[in-house]
Design a protein around this ligand. Structure first.
Ligand code: CTP
Ligand code: MG
Length: 221
């Protein structure tokens, strides 16, 4: 099924502590982190348009570096949701996939299942089951309440939506501080399907994630 992609690369990577945007970190000194997702979706013929969202500082770099015709580069905002909202304005296809370019590990079979679910119910996200014990913790680091793992999902990206529905949700929402897009969808009383996958997803957030990704990505292509 044909779809457009919003590829988010417009953060600053504060928690990573580099002096530049973490998605421009070169894995093994060679390939920038965001390129793994970009190349994956450039190769997918069902992906018709890629809208790469950048911050103000990196716009020119992306313009100069990305030459593929199906990629459009646009400027995002201060929060992830503001960046998605900016990207959504350029979406033309009925279905849109939204992906954090800080997550380089992608799998064809997951994309297919995700889109099938979005067609059935309007919105779907990939998710991992939670295998650790999870507890709520108070301000003094005391564990207070244990959660039932059978009803917990760790929400990752890509996420897929029927574009007109997601656009309507964003038009209505005054809050643009979400860490993913299923939250804005649910606010408008929509349903979101969680598509569980056993495939590994790592979001480069801290230095230790980069070390792990460098070790893994050696064998990736
Ligand atoms: N992102 C974005 N626009 C923003 C903030 C984030 O496009 N204003 C993107 C990031 O580039 C990343 C994805 O959203 O690919 C997930 O965000 P996160 O991992 O939080 O990245 P950063 O916001 O860059 O990192 P930090 O929160 O540590 O500053
Ligand atoms: Mg962030």
């Amino acid at each position: 099924m044909k779809y457009d992609l919003i590829l988010l690369a417009g953060g600053s990577g504060e928690r990573m502590g580099l002096e530049y945007n973490k998605v421009l970190y070169k894995i093994k000194g060679k390939k920038e982190l965001y390129r793994y997702s970009l190349d994956f979706f450039i190769k997918d013929n069902d992906c018709e348009n890629i809208i790469l969202v950048s911050n103000h500082i990196d716009m020119e770099y992306f313009w100069d570096t990305i030459l593929d015709k199906k990629v459009t580069i646009t400027e995002g905002g201060h929060t992830r949701s503001e960046s998605v909202k900016a990207g959504l304005q350029l979406v033309k296809a009925d279905y849109v996939l939204i992906h954090d370019s800080a997550r380089p590990l992608l799998y064809k079979e997951d994309i297919k299942t995700l889109l099938d679910e979005a067609v059935k119910c309007g919105g779907a996200t990939l998710g991992n089951r939670v295998f650790n014990t999870v507890s709520l913790v108070d301000d003094k680091c005391n564990a207070t309440e244990y959660l039932d793992r059978d009803h917990l999902a760790s929400i990752i990206t890509p996420q897929a939506f029927y574009s007109p529905m997601l656009k309507a949700c964003y038009a209505k929402s005054t809050d643009l501080s979400f860490t993913d897009d299923t939250q804005v969808f649910l606010l408008s009383d929509r349903k979101v399907k969680v598509v569980y996958t056993d495939n590994l997803s790592i979001k480069a957030t801290k230095q230790s994630d980069l070390k792990l990704l460098e070790a893994l990505l050696k064998w990736w292509e």
